[in-house]
Structures are given as structure tokens and as C-alpha cells.
Design a binder for this molecule. Structure first.
Ligand SMILES: N[C@@H](CCC(=O)N[C@@H](CS)C(=O)NCC(=O)O)C(=O)O
Length: 123
């Protein structure tokens, strides 16, 4: 109970720190944003709101100006089950990538950040 409370307070502090220091997203023209949105429509991030590793990935998404669907794998039983059954483990963050008719589940915040940077960093 106390541990849960401490975790919650720490989580709120991380969210507040993220909000305070969040970098500005790049200015995309509506056409550029539409093109990016089309490229990210096949992506979904399974995550917890208060997980620091998820905050790290969400900051990258924000910094790159991407719109990627966020799926709450803690409170939404459907997404939790999808992550375990299809991804293989209940660990977040995990990026679901649908490409060429195949689905890939990319775990590890650093690997997700590197993948996003490589794909969208120079856009
Ligand atoms: N090395 C991993 C660590 C991820 C991690 O520990 N995530 C925690 C949440 S903060 C988790 O998914 N725990 C499993 C659970 O709570 O069921 C990364 O950088 O992505």
C-alpha cells in the first residue's frame, strides 16, 4: 500500500518533470504532417502512463512530432491481453509495428527510440 503510494507520487513527479522540460515538436506543414500520419498509422505504443521508460519513448514521439496511438496495457484488459499473447510478455513500452502484412513487437525503450529516430529523425 505504502509502496504503491510512493510509486504513484514518483510517477506524478516524472510526469510533471516531463511536462516542464518537454522539447517543442517540429513545425510540420499540414501536408508534411499528413504524410507522417500515414506512415505512423500502422504503429501503436503499448505503455503505462506512469512508467519512466514509457515517458522516455513518449518524449521522443513528441519531439519528432509524430502521432502514434497510445494503448494502455495496464488498465485496458484488451491491450494487456494482446501484449502478452501476441507480443510475448507483459512489459512496456512495446511498439507494435505492422509492415508488409507482418506484425513486429519491439520491446526496450532504447531500441524503440533508436527505431523511431532512424525512421523519422531526418524528416
Ligand atoms: N529495460 C526496459 C525496462 C522496462 C520496464 O521495466 N517496464 C516495466 C514498467 S516501468 C514493466 O513493464 N514491468 C512489467 C509489469 O509491470 O508487469 C526498457 O527500457 O524498456
Amino acid at each position: 500500500m505504502i509502496l504503491r503510494a510512493i510509486r504513484w507520487v514518483l510517477g506524478q513527479l516524472i510526469l510533471f518533470g516531463d511536462w516542464l522540460t518537454r522539447p517543442k515538436p517540429p513545425q510540420h506543414t499540414p501536408e508534411e504532417q499528413a504524410a507522417l500520419d500515414a506512415q505512423t498509422a500502422n504503429l501503436a505504443l503499448y505503455q503505462f502512463r506512469l512508467c519512466p521508460f514509457c515517458v522516455k519513448v513518449r518524449r521522443t514521439i513528441h519531439r519528432l512530432g509524430l502521432n502514434i496511438e497510445l494503448r494502455d496495457a495496464l488498465n485496458d484488459p484488451r491491450y494487456r491481453a494482446e501484449l502478452i499473447e501476441q507480443g510475448g510478455q507483459h512489459k512496456v513500452p512495446c511498439l507494435r509495428i505492422e509492415e508488409d502484412g507482418k506484425i513486429r513487437w519491439l520491446y526496450e525503450s532504447s531500441d524503440i527510440v533508436a527505431w523511431l529516430e532512424e525512421r523519422f529523425g531526418k524528416a
